[in-house]
Design a binder for this molecule. Structure first.
Ligand code: SAH
Ligand code: SF4
Ligand code: F3S
Length: 444
């Protein structure tokens, strides 16, 4: 057994959170101890994201901070893993000599051993080659802060190739995990105390399609998996993300309607409100098709929490086309919109276009749309005041004095004056106030 300390820093999406959770499980299984303090660690593992330039810049500035300590005592050693490692890790290792391990997201299974080896010196580069190959990490995830809330990746990679997006290049081909693996993992998490599980993938709705011709039968699909996982005894809340609008099929709604533990929350990224922009993004649906899917969802699940992702300032987006995104969010009234200014990603078709929108204009559009959505979110949230909602409280540090954070069934954040022992429990809460990002309430 080693007597060494590691620290994990996770950036980016929930797939990275899941990878971080599995790395935690693998490292502790090998006898390592976890610390929250990077300077306390022998090895710091960065699980990185490349989705926008900002996500990468954050990690680069963190990496710069290791210089004094490295020059003094050659500690800590850094492992750069995940999407950004795949994209630029080799260059970064030249720039920051404390990076001793570089591994792409499909080489995660090699990381624990490489980190251990790097302790004796040496530099280990494991960049993913063939996009359909993968050295997966076969280790149960160990959530850090909220053991009652777990994620399970049900499919790796993405085959959609939206024209702005780096994910298919860094994460590789879409590959569903087997039904058995997902069910075993979910069952194990629940038996160790998970009350809520989120099934994740870049497009969960196409789960199982790549099995066709494989051993699982032609018709085992996402709705079937959702149904099977929801049957696990003791699982109180089941969520999933992300749904691509093109593949959001009615059988998913059928399962959501009849399984009380499948939470009525859907993230359905729209990305743009204009048909021209949608076409150029390679999203494969029109505004009207998207809106009709929303209508179907709301007809089936009247209380649904509906969120979306939206990019402003895509190359060539005119003012009128931007206004179509504005009118789409005004019409649809999402509970929450994850907005982003378009960020050119080298190697994607959109980044090669000559008609890029200037950065200040992208920023103007972003703040305009944020302002509008923040008003809409506040209005929607205010309709919740006076209601009594069931809240599952988080384990994480209280937000401000005596305040604990929890989530409603539609995944809205609620701040409540509550003792820390409430963490990991369900309680009815009366909603007393609301802002754009969260509700406030009191324990009943
Ligand atoms: N698979 C999911 C989300 C993946 S990435 C989907 O298809 O929606 C999360 C979000 O990041 C995307 O929904 C998109 O809104 C945003 N995003 C992706 N690439 C981007 C880029 N180049 N610039 C700005 N935002 C981007
Ligand atoms: Fe990126 Fe599109 Fe895949 Fe989502 S569906 S990860 S936006 S390529
Ligand atoms: Fe980022 Fe990779 Fe996720 S680019 S959003 S960490 S798939």
């Amino acid at each position: 057994m080693v007597d060494r300390v590691f620290c994990i820093k996770v950036y980016g999406c929930q797939m990275n959170a899941y990878d971080g959770d599995r790395l935690r499980g693998a490292m502790t299984g090998l006898g390592w101890t976890e610390s929250d303090d990077v300077m306390d660690a022998d090895a710091v593992i960065f699980v990185t994201c490349s989705i926008r330039d900002k996500a990468e810049q954050k990690v680069i500035s963190e990496l710069g901070r290791f210089r004094p300590s490295w020059e003094k005592n050659r500690r800590p050693k850094v492992a750069l893993v995940g999407c950004m490692a795949q994209r630029t890790g080799a260059d970064l290792a030249r720039r920051f000599p404390w990076i001793r391990v570089v591994a792409g997201p499909r080489s995660l299974g090699d990381v624990p051993a490489l980190v251990a080896e790097s302790m004796d010196g040496g530099l280990f580069l494991r960049l993913d080659g063939d996009p359909s190959e993968r050295a997966d990490l076969e280790c149960a995830p160990v959530p850090k802060n909220n053991p009652h809330k777990a994620f399970i990746t049900i499919a790796h990679g993405c085959d959609q190739f939206c024209s702005y997006c780096i994910v298919p290049y860094v994460r590789g081909r879409f590959a569903s995990r087997s039904r058995e693996d997902v069910l075993n993992e979910a069952g194990g998490l629940v038996s160790r105390g998970a009350l809520e599980i989120t099934l994740i993938g870049q497009n969960v709705n196409t789960y199982g399609r790549d099995f066709d011709g494989g051993g699982y039968g032609k018709r085992y699909r996402f709705a079937d998996l959702l149904d099977d996982v929801s049957n696990i005894k003791g699982l109180m809340r089941l969520r999933f993300t992300t749904s691509h609008p093109v593949d959001f099929s009615g059988d998913i709604l059928d399962v959501m309607k009849c399984r009380p533990n499948v939470c009525p929350g859907i993230n359905l990224p729209v990305q743009a409100g204009s048909d021209k922009v949608l076409r150029e993004m390679n999203r494969k649906y029109t505004r009207a098709e998207y809106l009709s899917t929303v209508e179907k969802i709301r007809a089936a699940l009247p209380e649904v929490g509906l969120t979306t992702d939206l990019i402003v300032g895509f190359p060539g987006e005119s003012e009128e086309e931007f206004e179509e995104s504005v009118s789409l969010i005004e019409e649809t009234r999402f509970d929450l919109v994850h907005t982003a200014a378009y960020s050119p990603r080298e190697g994607t078709p959109a980044a090669a276009r000559a008609d890029q929108i200037e950065r200040p204009e992208r920023a103007r559009r972003l703040s305009k749309i944020n302002e509008i959505q923040s008003r809409i979110s506040s209005e929607i949230n205010r309709t919740q005041t006076g209601r009594v909602l069931e809240v599952l409280f988080d384990e994480a540090a209280p937000k401000g004095e005596g305040l604990l954070q929890g989530r409603t069934v539609t995944d809205k954040v609620v701040l409540v004056r509550a003792p820390a022992e409430m963490a990991g429990r369900f309680r009815p809460v009366r909603i007393t106030g609301a802002g754009p990002w969260c509700l406030e309430g009191e324990l009943l």
